[in-house]
Design a protein around this ligand. Structure first.
Ligand code: PMP
Length: 418
């Protein structure tokens, strides 16, 4: 599989075979699936790993002496170790399984702002800083955290093109900054902020740092031990893995400051009729029976990405983005958001006189799947003053031919709609 991510037809064809869903026609045309920032398709090796678990090893984990329970426990813990390696977690890190990025970010925002066995980390008068280019999943939990704790929420404003500047962050940071949260790539525009520098600045100022890696983790995987990052979150379904799976990985000392939000089996040490004490990490934050097949699938997805090669995938999706952005910008009336963003797999655009919903519908009639709207980033879309957009986003199985079909489809939609 080594060179299958190269943009040559033979290699790509071989790789596409691992995604049977792509072999279908939509409205009489071959499916061109360009909605990968919302959800990528699942890779056959991931399905095989999950089916292997379900067929051979399925049992509840951590509390059985029988063989299947031990195998299931081993599979779950092996998946954790494999994923830690994938994100470059060191001995001072821990990884908690979640149902996705949203779940992970809620665990952090609420776990820091609600009191439990200890007073909350975020107190009245403290400051939380969130960037203005975030998905709602990395904004709304912080709005709630500020409301519940009495902290103020400051927004690190992007410029008119949706770019963030570390110097603006330096100006916002204060001795009361408890948290700084930022994305590794904006899902609505494809902008990649200088998050390494910003996380380091915030950490130097004494803040806990949060990185939303949902849009980066399938091609430009940030190595957490090289970052000043306390918490990093991502989802399985955006990296060729199963839906409803995800990860919160971070410094053990930071994770220990989170109050558990889900109480019940597996996360306790002892229980009496009137009280309980809680287990050590990671169990402490994983109450209840986890999605074991999902964890196995998520680790298989990481292994699949590494087998294809992160560098190759990154180069391929960037090239597709660059071609799409250049081609779209050349269509009269089309404006590409973040035209200079070169480090992402996402291109978002608006078209004068043509509503994204109509563009999306016309593209679907030709088998081209894109997403339209505000992409769960309403404040950013409002800030840019452009209204809803059409977004195409690429994965390792996409081809330059599909980009051409997108461009032809948009050009045709413009003729029909304007
Ligand atoms: N953050 C970003 C940057 C995203 O793109 C998404 C998904 N669109 C999320 C968070 C939320 O991920 P999930 O729905 O898997 O929880």
């Amino acid at each position: 599989m080594d060179d299958t991510s190269q943009p040559n037809p033979t290699g790509l064809r071989a790789l596409r075979e691992l995604f049977p869903v792509l072999e279908q026609t939509i409205n009489g045309a071959p499916l061109a699936y360009l909605d990968n920032a919302a959800t990528t398709q699942i890779a056959q090796p991931v399905l095989d790993a999950m089916r292997g678990f379900e067929h051979r090893d399925r049992a509840n984990i951590h509390r059985g002496v029988h063989t299947l329970s031990q195998r299931a426990t081993d599979a779950f813990e092996r998946a954790r170790e494999d994923l830690k390696r994938y994100v470059g977690a060191g001995p001072s890190h821990e990884l908690v399984f979640t149902s996705g990025t949203t779940d992970a970010l809620n665990m952090v925002a609420l776990g820091l702002s609600i009191g439990g066995e200890r007073p909350p980390v975020i107190e009245p008068g403290d400051q939380i800083i969130v960037s203005g280019i975030e998905h709602h999943a990395n904004l709304v939990p912080w709005q709630q955290a500020a409301r519940r704790s009495g902290a103020t929420l400051s927004i690190l404003q992007p410029d008119a093109q949706g770019r963030l500047d570390a110097r603006d962050l330096a100006r916002l940071l204060s001795p009361r900054t408890r948290v700084f949260a930022v994305t590794a790539c904006a899902n609505a525009t494809g902008e990649r902020p200088p998050f390494e520098e910003m996380l380091a600045l915030a950490a130097e100022a004494g803040a806990l740092t949060v990185l939303d890696a949902a849009q980066a983790v399938s091609h430009e995987v940030p190595a957490i031990d090289a970052l000043a990052c306390d918490f990093m979150a991502f989802s399985g379904h955006k990296m060729y893995g199963p839906m409803g799976t995800g990860v919160l990985v971070g410094r053990r000392a930071a994770l220990e400051r989170l109050v558990p939000l889900r109480f019940g089996g597996d996360m306790v040490q002892w229980v009496t009729q009137t009280g309980a004490s809680f287990a050590e990490l990671p169990a402490r934050l994983e109450g209840g029976t986890p999605n074991v097949a999902g964890a196995v699938g998520l680790a298989a997805a990481a292994a699949f990405i590494d087998k294809v090669g992160r560098g190759e995938i990154d180069a391929h999706v960037r090239a597709l983005r660059a071609n799409a952005a250049a081609g779209l910008a050349a269509i009269e009336g089309v404006t590409v958001l973040s035209p200079e963003a070169s480090a992402s797999a996402i291109v978002s655009f608006v078209a004068q006189g043509a509503h994204p919903h109509d563009i999306g519908t016309l593209l679907d009639e030709q088998g081209v799947a894109v997403r339209t709207g505000h992409h769960c980033a309403q404040p950013l879309i409002d800030h840019l003053g452009l209204g809803p957009t059409t977004r195409a986003s690429f994965a390792l199985y996409n081809t330059h031919d599909e980009v051409e079909r997108l461009l032809a489809g948009v050009a045709r939609a413009m003729e029909v709609l304007r």
